[in-house]
Design a protein around this ligand. Structure first.
Ligand code: CLF
Ligand code: SF4
Length: 478
């Protein structure tokens, strides 16, 4: 049995969610050293980094210049996590202050992004002023921008000059007929364009923007929303077009269309994709481009590790009494601790990989309860989501996260929660958590899911569990 490091490195860890496969997201052996360096501490661009490093969004960009049928920025619920949603709008100065306060409280913060609640490049002065202020006061933070791409060609030079090295473009189609079903209108140079005309303008500008980013050597990721019956098949073509334009990473996200959000798709009953549909499409696209599977579709004011949201700790009211201090020495110390810990995890994983070379056997899925650091370190009852791994005799592969809320039918009773948990674990042979109480154990067993109490590095624990399954299977045959 392989053992693994079990300590954590950073102070005040309250992280949740995570996974640890080097064979998922962006496999390190597919990247050259310079590229690895650029993504090493970006929790969205590196699946491995997202266990250890945090991001924050500053909500400085209220206006949008297009309408997406899956967006309604009026709706705000502090417990909700989806793009376009925000509790408080900030000025550039308030945003810069907030960054300093958050960096002090969460020293593993490595990235500041502007992602809304509208489109950052429809609010260029606010967006770029914010980045300027942050670059001056917190120079070790990475700057990140997410845009619909309509105004991108006009701003690539400024993006480059400001040192914004990561840009995400949301691109849901390359065929204007399909795009017209997603975007009812586009406002370009002060004029509204509807239907096909607007879609064509948007797609042309997005492609021009992607090519300009490639020329400028800015690392680009594309987000696509999977909308069943509209762009599901088409996203494979989109993926190929992205590869041709040097896009580094393709993040295919499921449509969120709950009727209570009041979006066009929500009101018209457009269904969301199933987990299986999402995974199948991600698998098909992965042959062309790096595919992101650990996105949490976070709010435009999200703070913390990807699986958590600590935005409510940093409201304007709380910031009014906060003392902004930026302690570079402390941040550097935390970073060194993280990197030492990551190195130990990598060694443990490499041992597992070596031991498993050439094996064959059955394939199973297991669910993991984790609050970060690449470890199984969360009691089953505390988990709000599970990391799902697929394992066979030779390979351990992270396939995605399942949030329990997404599987809850209605209400917040214990029964509703329990049935939501069991539904979230559908297709899993076992759940691995640091503690599993007797009632949960019974519910899991009734659903045919093995309850395994364990701790330590995720892949090592998954490998150990799998070896036991194989061992029992062989004994049963003998
Ligand atoms: Fe924010 Fe986006 Fe930068 Fe990440 S999010 S601007 S690249 S720092 Fe990340 Fe959030 Fe998914 Fe976006 S998990 S929604 S992919
Ligand atoms: Fe909403 Fe973003 Fe679409 Fe604008 S680009 S409508 S903010 S999802």
């Amino acid at each position: 049995m392989t053992t693994a490091p079990t300590h954590t490195y950073a102070k005040n860890r309250t992280a949740s969610g995570g996974c640890a496969s080097e064979d998922c997201g962006v496999a390190s052996d597919r990247l050259d050293a310079a590229l690895q360096e650029r993504i090493a501490d970006h929790p969205c661009y590196s699946e491995e980094a997202h266990h250890h490093y945090a991001r924050m969004h500053v909500a400085v960009a209220p206006i949008c210049n297009i309408q997406c049928n899956y967006c309604n920025r009026k709706y705000d619920c502090a417990n909700e996590s989806r793009p376009g949603v925000v509790s408080e709008l900030l000025t550039p100065e308030e945003a810069a202050l907030k960054v300093l306060v958050v960096a002090r409280e969460i020293p593993q913060l490595s990235v500041v992004g502007i992602a809304g609640p509208g489109d950052p490049l429809a609010n260029p002065e606010r967006t770029f002023r914010t980045f300027e202020l942050i670059a001056e006061s917190a120079p070790d933070l990475k700057l990140c921008l997410s845009t619909n791409g309509l105004m991108l060609p006009d701003y690539v030079d400024r993006i480059k000059d400001l040192g914004i090295d990561h840009v995400t473009v949301t691109l849901n189609a390359i065929d204007p007929e399909i795009a017209a079903k997603i975007y009812p209108w586009v406002r370009y140079k002060g004029k509204y364009y509807r239907g096909l005309e607007g879609a064509k303008i948007l797609l042309d500008r997005q492609m021009e923007g992607l090519e300009a980013l490639q020329q400028a050597d800015v690392l680009c990721k594309t987000n696509s929303v999977l909308i069943p019956g509209i762009n599901d098949e088409h996203l494979v073509e989109v993926n190929q077009a992205l590869r041709d334009r040097g896009v580094f990473l393709h993040n295919i996200m499921p449509l969120i269309s709950a009727p209570e959000h009041g979006t066009y798709f929500g009101k018209t009953g457009q269904r969301e994709p199933s987990q299986a549909e999402l995974t199948t499409l991600q698998d098909r696209c992965e042959t062309h481009t790096n595919v992101m599977r650990h996105c949490r579709q976070c709010r435009a004011d999200a703070v913390g590790l990807l699986g958590e949201d600590r935005s409510l700790e940093f409201t304007k009211a709380n910031l009014a009494t906060a003392t902004p201090e930026y302690d570079m020495a402390e941040r550097q110390q935390v970073r060194e601790g993280i990197e030492a810990f990551r190195a130990a995890l990598r060694t443990a994983r490499a041992t597992v990989a070596r031991e498993r070379q050439g094996n064959t056997g059955l394939t199973v899925q297991v669910a993991i309860a984790t609050k970060g650091s690449g470890l199984i370190n969360q009691p089953f009852g505390h988990a709000k989501e599970f990391a799902i791994y697929e394992v066979n005799g030779s390979r351990i592969r992270f396939v995605g996260h399942r949030k329990i809320d997404r599987y809850r039918q209605s209400g917040y009773s214990e029964a509703a929660t329990e049935s939501g948990v069991v539904r979230a674990l559908d297709g899993c042979r076992a759940v691995l958590a640091s503690k599993i109480g007797p009632c949960s154990r019974d519910a899991l067993e009734q659903a045919g899911i093995e309850a395994v109490e364990t701790t330590g590095e995720i892949e090592v624990a998954v490998a150990n569990y799998y070896d036991q399954v194989q061992h029992h299977a062989v004994n049963a045959q003998a």
